[in-house]
Design a protein around this ligand. Structure first.
Ligand code: PMP
Length: 393
């Protein structure tokens, strides 16, 4: 069998400006990066607090490797669960105010594992329409009845919960929506779920570290706890600057995951050195309030700058500040023009976002300076004018 068919599909993606291409980063994560040999100012990393390249985190990683080695060596249930993993789990449980926390090697695996350990075809899962792909995949894989409710619309959720009979009902949403940057309306969603005897799972990949007291995330921001959000997932590859993820919750939840979450059971544990690095970054997340204050300052400055320039932003209170541009080819043209000016921001296109809603997903980090942000605004001003002139011609 030849690959002609695949070639034709790949070609079609290129023609629709949907072709995905990797870039080679030749420097650490930081506002100033080298991409494919060229120095750029990056506004597309999820390293929101600037910890991915922090000296304390790097030192902890090195010491962790000295004490525990680099490789996890085996799955947690065989002999890959080190003292480093165990200590990090205990610290994450305390941080999130939950009895227990369980480490996963990635956020994608945490979502797949948690949803599938809890649900099967006797159950029903209710997902916000714009939930992250890993949550949608988790729900589909579980075989539970799968429903998507309108974005942040708890009335629509209530209607769906009411008319569904199931052994278990699980409502799932992002805490901060990854491509839009807005917060889940958790108080309403949790109340609606409680009224219909459903559990709530929140994926706080983009909220943990950035909002809430000491960076405890979206659930804490809304003053909710384990009684309202029974399953809390957080990732470590974004604000924490390392990699991996955790699920926090009750004793019963975590023991159930250990028994049934296949993406926990059948995979090698994360590097213990990464676990040690994450313990160092957890300390910084909690103690460095200035990083969140700095982010807030940059968010406000960026929003004001865009309003002055007439650059259309989505409404978001978080470091995710998407610029709506419409069609995929337009997003690609703007991204390329910005790159020619030394600004690196990836274009987000369908199917990651709906058709006609391509965007430049600007992300801010506490590591950015005002001067760097102003360079972005200047470049945006030039590029948006240039694109408009080209379109009007
Ligand atoms: N959930 C959300 C909301 C995400 O944005 C991401 C990562 N983009 C994930 C889960 C997956 O996390 P990880 O990168 O650790 O697999």
């Amino acid at each position: 069998m030849s690959f002609d068919q695949l070639n034709a599909e790949l070609q079609a993606r290129k023609e629709q400006s949907l072709y995905r291409q990797r870039r080679i980063l030749q420097s650490p994560q930081s506002p100033e990066v080298i991409v494919d040999g060229k120095a750029c100012l990056a506004f597309c990393s999820n390293d929101y607090l600037g910890l991915a390249n922090h000296p304390d985190v790097i030192t902890a990683l090195k010491k962790g490797a000295d004490s525990f080695g680099v490789g996890g060596g085996a799955s947690h249930l065989v002999n890959g669960h080190s003292q480093a993993h165990h200590a990090l789990e205990e610290e994450l449980a305390e941080f999130t105010g939950r009895p227990r926390a369980l480490l996963f090697s990635t956020g994608y695996m945490a979502n797949i594992g948690a949803v599938n350990a809890l649900l099967d075809k006797r159950d029903a899962v209710f997902q916000d329409r714009v939930n992250h792909a890993s949550l949608l995949d988790a729900g589909l894989l579980s075989g539970a009845r799968f429903q998507r409710f309108l974005h942040n619309d708890s009335e629509n959720l209530a209607t769906r919960l009411k008319r569904t009979e199931a052994r278990r009902k699980l409502v799932v949403c992002d805490g901060v929506f990854s491509m839009d940057g807005d917060l889940a309306e958790l108080p309403d969603i949790c109340q609606t779920a409680a009224d219909h005897n459903a559990w709530v799972m929140v994926d706080d990949a983009h909220g943990i570290g950035c909002i809430g007291k000491q960076g405890r995330g979206t659930v804490d921001h809304f003053d909710l706890g384990g009684d309202q959000v029974q399953v809390l997932m957080g990732t470590l590859g974004k604000a924490f600057g390392t990699s991996g993820a955790f699920v926090a919750g009750s004793e019963e939840l975590i023991e159930t995951l250990i028994q049934h979450a296949r993406t926990y059971i059948y995979t090698t544990s994360m590097s213990p050195a990464i676990a040690e690095a994450t313990r160092a970054s957890l300390k910084l997340v909690q103690q460095d309030e200035w990083r969140r204050e700095k982010l807030q300052h940059l968010i406000t400055r960026f929003q004001k700058g865009c309003a002055q320039l007439g650059v259309p932003l989505m409404e978001s209170p978080t470091p995710i500040q998407p610029i709506m541009v419409g069609e995929a080819d337009r997003a690609m043209a703007i991204s390329a023009a910005l790159e020619a000016k030394g600004i690196f921001i990836g274009a987000i296109r369908p199917p990651t976002v709906p058709q006609g809603e391509a965007r430049l997903r600007v992300t801010l980090s506490a590591a950015h300076t005002d001067e760097q942000l102003d360079r972005l605004l200047d470049a945006l001003s030039d590029v948006m004018t240039q694109i408009k002139q080209r379109e009007d011609a």
